[in-house]
Ligand binder design. Sequence first.
Ligand code: SAM
Length: 256
Amino acid sequence: METQQPKTMDDPKNRHKDACKAGSAVDAELASAIMARQFHPPVTGPEVWEGYVFSGLEILIKESTDLYGAVLWPSAMVLCHFLENNQDKYNLLDKNVIELGAGTGLVTIVSSLLGAKVTSTDLPDVLGNLQYNVTRNTKGRCKYTPLVTELIWGQELDQRFPCATHRFDYILAADVVYAHPYLQELMDTFEYLCQENTQILWAMRFRLDPENSFVDRFRQCFHLEELYDLPSLSIKLYRAWRRDSTTKDLREAAKH
Ligand SMILES: C[S@@+](CC[C@H](N)C(=O)[O-])C[C@H]1O[C@@H](n2cnc3c(N)ncnc32)[C@H](O)[C@@H]1O
């Protein structure tokens, strides 16, 4: 299957240069705190690495610039920053977590470092690089070894992730909504995986109309709460849960 290469995406490497130019003081402060997580590791040679600090640990991510799934997008940093700083409310310890469109794996790595049992998923083309980064940064550092596996949105979900045996406390997703032709399949995947006690934590960058209409459609199936709004990065972070679940269900689920 071909990896989708969205025509409307800008270069993530340049994106954060504009951070903090606009928006409220809170936005600017938060955006710069998130972007300060990145450092340039002293790795020489032909390989390109990006360095990040989360959970008090250095994380080295290998990117390969030929695929969108092999580049780290700032929404992933926003989601990681949130998870690390909100462990009192969103404690991932011993929780079942699935990440959709994991790309280079930063969210999977940070969730694993925070104690979650993570299933990290993406298209077949990017799994090699994803597995490499996940192993490199979690081996010997995590309570549970993360599982890296293929999940093509909307395909074979009931065969590969039967509801009876695959119950997730959290679905994590960073920058999976953009101008690609699989938005309905992505929506179907959220709907399929999100059970009564599941919470979705989803960071997205707003670029063009597809993002806005996806959010509108998403609201028809899920309750949506805005957790972060970072205008300087054009990124929002949402929490979502099924329309037929109550907040009480989720509070009860969070206790176990
Ligand atoms: C913009 S990248 C974001 C990557 C990562 N979450 C991050 O924030 O750095 C979008 C991700 O979605 C994955 N993706 C795109 N279409 C997909 C599909 N139909 N099924 C599963 N994953 C898909 C891509 O391979 C890529 O990893």
